[in-house]
Write a protein that binds this ligand. Sequence first.
Ligand code: TXA
Ligand code: MG
Length: 321
Amino acid sequence: MNTKIVSGEWGVEQAALLLHLGGLVALPTETVYGLAGDALNASAVALIFEAKERPAFDPLIVHLPNLEWLDRLTTAAKDPLIAELIRRFWPGPLTLVLPRRSIVPDLVTSGLPTVAVRMSAHPLFRAVLERFGNPVAAPSANRFGRISPTAAEHVLEELGGRIPLILDGGPCAIGVESTVVALDNGGLKLLRAGPVTAEELAAIAPIRAAGPAIQAPGQLESHYAPGTRMRLLANPAEAGAWTGPEKAGLLAWSRREKPPQFSAMEVLTPNNDPREAAARLFAAMRRLDAMSLELIVAEPPPAHGLGVAILDRLRKAAAPR
Ligand code: TXA
Ligand code: MG
């Protein structure tokens, strides 16, 4: 299959048309690129699992064209806490795991009684959904277990030859996947750390981190992984003293001189700004991964606010496989 990269108004039309026909399209969101198919068409959803080589036990996020769909897909549309979260954070990088209605195909939710829903703020994504009219299921547009794509070229690297169309919206503004929360006895359970921080959520409702049982396969230990082995340092000072025998690259947090024992270095945030780091994280990992290194050594980010989401992605990338 030939994969075309399109953009602009014409690209939006092509994408909406393909969705109507039951096909797949990669679309930009404010977090990462998503691989979208008609959420109410089980054959389109099956194509998503196939293109990503994603195991069927890992459920997908459904992206809504407008708020009317919340009540059509879930039974929690009138829950006051949900209404407040939506008022504060939608459209945007917050995914809500809610009790589902039977209209949602089992394949989307991996048979779970809940469905994950979100509304993207990306203008091109919204334009496609407005034209298409129905919700789309859209996981990140990478092959299973690999680094999420934050640019159209990354999608091509991951899924080129497997999907017909990529809508190019330039680099993603946020760069890490949405925060995922579930309802939990009047409070919230944080299933995946993301751009909407635990601090922001705690201002609205009591929040618990998910327990040891795997609630979201995004919490699987090894995830978001480059091909090159990765190691996460406990504190940034260790990088200067690094003495591994391997040909290693340094994924540095902020601006610094490259320690001579590293053969390459990527700086996540020259301006020491977690938002800048998040936006550059996955592209920097991809660049180091392409350099035939034996090891990527990552400095840890500050563990608060958006730093928590970045730390989570680095931990998963460095987890044993
Ligand atoms: O920012 C994002 O969320 C991106 C863009 C494309 O929207 N999407 C994304 O999708 O990251 P994906 O499939 O890579 O991650 C979805 C996460 C997975 O960890 C999945 O296990 C979890 O959401 N999830 C989906 N449905 C769930 C459910 N019913 N219960 C618990 N977790 C669920
Ligand atoms: Mg993913």
